[in-house]
Design a binder for this molecule. Structure first.
Ligand code: GSH
Length: 292
């Protein structure tokens, strides 16, 4: 028996309807550009078009980790794409990512500029280009790519599933919240059991798999989605907690999560971090975000 009063009987053929909820104003069942809008281009080899959400922060963290490690060729301009205002449907952005989702990268480091979209593809591209945080040989390489793809495949259950129904949907419905709370906890348990055996996800070294998984699991662990850490009893996952707190302290992770947020809408050089007014953002233990 469902607890919801308005049980839905699907019509024979589905048609879009105004559903309410936080993304209902921008989402449509069609792809492609909705308006002509060029993207700005800065002076660095890499142009990132993104937002400070977990998928976006994966890439800014990777750039900041590269720069922290001394790879000065990894300088980048990060431009904010306001997804709640529909910037992802401008023609310039759609040329970079036909799927209209942040993050999207324009690599101008060689003779011919090219695009890379999907956060996981961008991480692999940068890791290979700089030979950084992705082991060259197997089994460590296979293990890293496996955990990276695990994260890419599971993020929609956490964000589009649990986060959507627990926070963004116009009302709280028991069935989807139960379903995705269960799946989110199961995913935490997968990571927790792995992290009982190894320091980082793919072994004892920090890799791009950790960057990808930390932006999601770390955010929830720290209370995103209206303190879902309490709702989901995330303190149970002690190995995830140890791993999150270790990565919390990394300068690259700290800087990565500031870029393309209100605190730093655009990033064009490391000096931009000096202009951030709220210095508490640079502390390893974050205040718990209300919602992401
Ligand atoms: N699989 C994609 C997912 C990207 C994604 O879902 N981006 C969200 C923000 S975190 C977005 O741009 N949403 C805008 C929309 O759905 O219109 C990736 O990892 O890059």
């Amino acid at each position: 028996m469902s607890d919801n009063s308005d049980v839905y009987t699907p019509p024979k053929v589905w048609a879009p309807a105004e559903s309410g909820g936080q993304f209902s104003g921008v989402n449509r069942p069609t792809a492609g550009a909705r308006e002509e809008k060029e993207l700005p281009v800065g002076e660095h080899p890499f142009q990132l078009y993104s937002l400070g959400t977990p998928n976006g922060v994966k890439v800014t963290t990777m750039f900041e980790e590269l720069l922290e490690a001394g790879y000065s060729d990894a300088e980048y301009d990060a431009w904010m794409i306001k997804i709640f205002d529909g910037d992802q449907f401008g023609s310039g952005f759609v040329d970079l990512n036909p799927n209209s989702k942040i993050p999207a990268l324009l690599d101008r480091s060689g003779d011919t500029p090219f695009r890379v979209f999907e956060s996981g593809a961008i991480l692999v591209h940068l890791a290979e280009k700089f030979d950084f945080l992705l082991p060259r040989t197997n089994p460590a390489r296979a293990e890293t790519l496996s955990w990276l793809m695990w994260q890419m495949g599971s993020a929609p259950f956490i964000g589009g599933g649990f986060g959507h129904f627990y926070v963004y949907a116009p009302e709280r419905y028991k069935y989807p919240i139960d379903r995705y709370a269960m799946e989110t906890k199961r995913l935490f348990d997968v990571a927790d059991q792995q992290l009982a055996k190894t320091e980082y996800l793919a072994g004892n070294d920090y890799t791009i798999a950790d960057i990808a998984a930390y932006t999601w699991l770390g955010n929830l662990y720290h209370g995103a989605y209206n303190r879902c850490d309490i709702f989901l009893s995330l303190d149970e996952y002690e190995n995830v907690g140890r791993w999150v707190k270790t990565i919390d302290k990394r300068p690259g992770a700290i800087r990565g999560r500031i870029v393309n947020t209100q605190a730093m809408a655009e990033r064009h050089s490391s000096a931009d971090f000096d202009k951030v007014e709220d210095r508490s953002l640079f502390e390893p233990v974050r205040t718990r975000p209300d919602s992401l």
